[in-house]
Design a protein around this ligand. Sequence first.
Ligand code: GLP
Length: 236
Amino acid sequence: MKVIYAKDYEELSRLTANIIISVINLTPNPVLGLATGSTPIGTYSALVDANKRGFVDFSETTTFNLDEYCGLNPSHEQSYRYFMNSHLLNHINIHKDNTFVPDGLAADMKQQARLYESLIEARGGIDLQLLGIGPNGHIGFNEPDTVFHKETHTVELTQSTIEANSRFFGSSELVPKQAVTMGMGTIMAAKRIVFISTGKAKEKITKRALFGEVTPEVPASLLQYHPNVTAICCFN
Ligand code: GLP
């Protein structure tokens, strides 16, 4: 694992965007795994800027998002589809048909999860997966547990995640209690992972994930077993 300490959030975002741009420019029909949350917003705005300046072309890129809340319509402002459209996808030259977010409204979640896995496989797998980390060590919505969950699946969100994400919804009561997420196996199958973490509040859990014991109680710790991870952190 390569760990880079950025001097500030701007630098973290620029470095992350540059890695993504290189992968897009070097890979035929690139497939990106994307993340939501506040951490990647600067990266997405650097990508939008690079696309506008002609440094990167998304016309052959496919994207798969990590996760989605159950029960939220894609037009809901807190749905992850809405987030992706407003922070990145609406502003770059990507074909929307090549952008995928799990369907939080699917009637049969198990079938939908299988479909998501097969769509990723059909596109040749994920070339680069971008990841943030939740305050409890989750990646995507893989919550701390006694086992690692391999494939895309539905999860019950922990109280700590509901509280952490209540800042976006105004109140914890309004945060959906379930989500659908890529599994740890789906994430670990990505050819390259870029993990980003910022802020003093994330320092302890991030160091535990990157350097501590590998355990499903800290899902991000499994990344230590991935052969190609770049972690870009800024705890100032
Ligand atoms: C959500 C997402 C995660 C993300 C996490 C951290 O829970 N499911 O993919 O990493 O938020 O968000 P933030 O970057 O806002 O701290």
